[in-house]
Every structure is written in C-alpha cells, then in structure tokens.
Design a protein around this ligand. Structure first.
Ligand code: FE
Ligand code: FE
Ligand code: ZN
Length: 300
C-alpha cells in the first residue's frame, strides 16, 4: 500500500487529511494528530473523525498510521519533567490513534541527551512500560533512526534491547525508514536483502508494520537524516521502487516523507507536495528525471 504523510489542521481536521491522501491517489497515509513540532492538540470530538472514517470506507482506504510528534522524548534521563510529559502525552496519543481508527502509532524511540545509549535505552523501556498496559489496542512501531545527535534506535540491536525490556512487547512493531537506515550505515542501495537478514537476526519480518520510503541527501553512514525525493538521492529509484514491489510488504503501509518542492512565485518561495507524482512514478516503475517540472505543472 502506497501513500504519504499528510497534514491535519484547519476546519476540516482529520477529514481534510483523508481528502489530501485521496488527492495524491494514495491507498494509505500517515498523519500527525496536530503539528509534528508541538503538542497542542484538539479534543477528539472536534477532529471530525466520523466523517473521515466514512470517507475512508467509501474510498477503500483500509489502513493508515499515526506518527507521534518529534518532541516526545522517552530517552531523557536528565529532566524528569520532560520524561513525565512525554509519557503522559504518549498515553493520549495512543487514545487518539485508537479513536481515529488506526492500529499503529509510529514513535521515534528517543535521544539519550548525552547520558549514553544504555541510559537512554533503559529510560525508553521505562517510558513504554508506563504507557502500555494489557488492554492497549494500538501498537507502537519503533522507527529505525539515522543516529543524528544522540538518537537511540539506530541499529536493530538497540531496537531489540528495547523490545526485550518492554513487558507487553507483543504490542511493539518496527517502522523501517529507508533514509534513516542508509544514514545509520546500512547498505539499503547495494544490499537491501542483507539489511533484512541483519534485521531478522533480531526480528521476524512480520514485525515491520510500516515503511517510510525516502531517498537520502547523504552518503551511507553519514548519521544525518535529510530526506530526498525518490530517485534524487544516494539510494536511488531502482532500490526504492523494488521495495514497493516486495511481496513481504504487500499489505504494509509504505509512506513517503520526501521534501516538498519549491518554486518562486511572484517573488515569494512557495512549496508543493510531490506525492501524487512520486506515487505515480513508483506505480509505473519508471524514474521521472523531470519530477520537479511535473509537480509544478500540476499546481499551475
Ligand atoms: Fe519519523
Ligand atoms: Fe521516517
Ligand atoms: Zn527522517
């Protein structure tokens, strides 16, 4: 299932998110429950969820995923208030995710903010254990991280240590981000089978609940995390397109988080989402060397 991340806000709220996904010809999508950079959120009753669900039903969107905001950090051992806030917010995110009708919440495991991987991992485990109980319906998909700053979760081994410590780890899943894997040092471009083999030393492939399909602006191992449009980065079109065709991921939401494309208009810089054109390109299986032009043409 192919889709992209979409916005949520304004008057239309979640209904607008579904409409945006449909405008890209997507079969699935990923959404933040508000702005990804902050934790201001509307009440569930104001999110226009019933209308959004009706539209999904009508248009055949069977699955989507929710992404927790970036500023949640379960790995912080230095500021107890920040950790407690993250735990409380994550509990609410799980409730919102369930109310919206998704079974998967994607989460960046966290950053150790200078205290080292072991301290970060212990704290993340503690945080998830405080969030989850046996009745939680939503699964948390831990995202593979690029390793910028003090990010934890940049190797499968680290993610496996988190799984090992979580009591209800039957409710944990993985989200593979191709840009992050590349930047963390995995050979996505040259040997993706090898990357999956490495993963399978720790996790069966059915643990992958979501894929973030992004090209990367940086070389393998750069520990940077800067996404690039499909086919325009160091991973390249052929590998990314091949991933969308893997039978193992036939029912997995594959989500584009590639950058908007910019153009100057009336002296101002405006940006446009590339997702409709990128999804079309991946479905066709043919790289479009003039993607920028095609995206701008679609909006003029
Ligand atoms: Fe993410
Ligand atoms: Fe991602
Ligand atoms: Zn990223």
């Amino acid at each position: 299932m192919l889709g992209s991340h979409v916005g949520l806000g304004g008057k239309e709220q979640f209904l607008g998110s579904v409409k945006e996904a449909l405008s890209y010809g997507a079969e699935t999508f990923m959404v933040y429950t508000g702005a990804p950079q902050n934790t201001r959120r509307k009440d569930i009753s104001e999110m226009r969820i019933p209308e959004a669900k009706a539209l999904m039903e009508e248009s055949g969107i069977r699955e989507f995923v929710v992404h927790a905001p970036y500023i949640i950090n379960l790995g912080n051992t230095l500021k107890p208030e920040s950790f407690e806030f993250s735990v409380e917010f994550l509990r609410e995110e799980l409730r919102r995710t369930a109310a919206m009708g998704s079974r998967t919440l994607v989460l960046h495991p966290g950053s150790h903010v200078g205290e080292g991987d072991d301290a970060g991992i212990m704290q993340i485990i503690r945080g998830i254990n405080e969030t989850f109980d046996a009745d939680t319906e939503v699964r948390i998909a831990l995202e593979t991280m690029a390793g910028k700053g003090s990010e934890v979760g940049r190797t499968f081994e680290q993610l496996a240590r988190i799984y090992d410590g979580v009591v209800h780890n039957n409710k944990l899943r993985l989200c593979l981000d191709t840009c992050h894997l590349n930047d963390a040092g995995y050979d996505v471009k040259g040997n993706f089978d090898g990357v999956l083999e490495e993963m399978e030393r720790y996790f069966p492939i059915n643990q992958v609940a979501c894929i973030h399909l992004n090209d990367s602006k940086n070389e393998q191992g750069a520990a940077k995390d800067r996404h690039e449009n499909i086919g325009y980065g160091t991973i390249g079109f052929d590998r990314l397109c091949a991933i969308t065709r893997m039978p193992e991921f036939k029912d997995t939401p594959i989500i584009l988080e590639t950058p908007y494309m910019s153009a100057e208009e009336g002296g101002k810089d405006r940006t446009y989402p590339p997702y409709r054109e990128e999804i079309a390109m991946l479905r066709e299986g043919v790289f479009n060397p003039e993607l920028h032009k095609a995206v701008l043409a679609a909006y003029q």
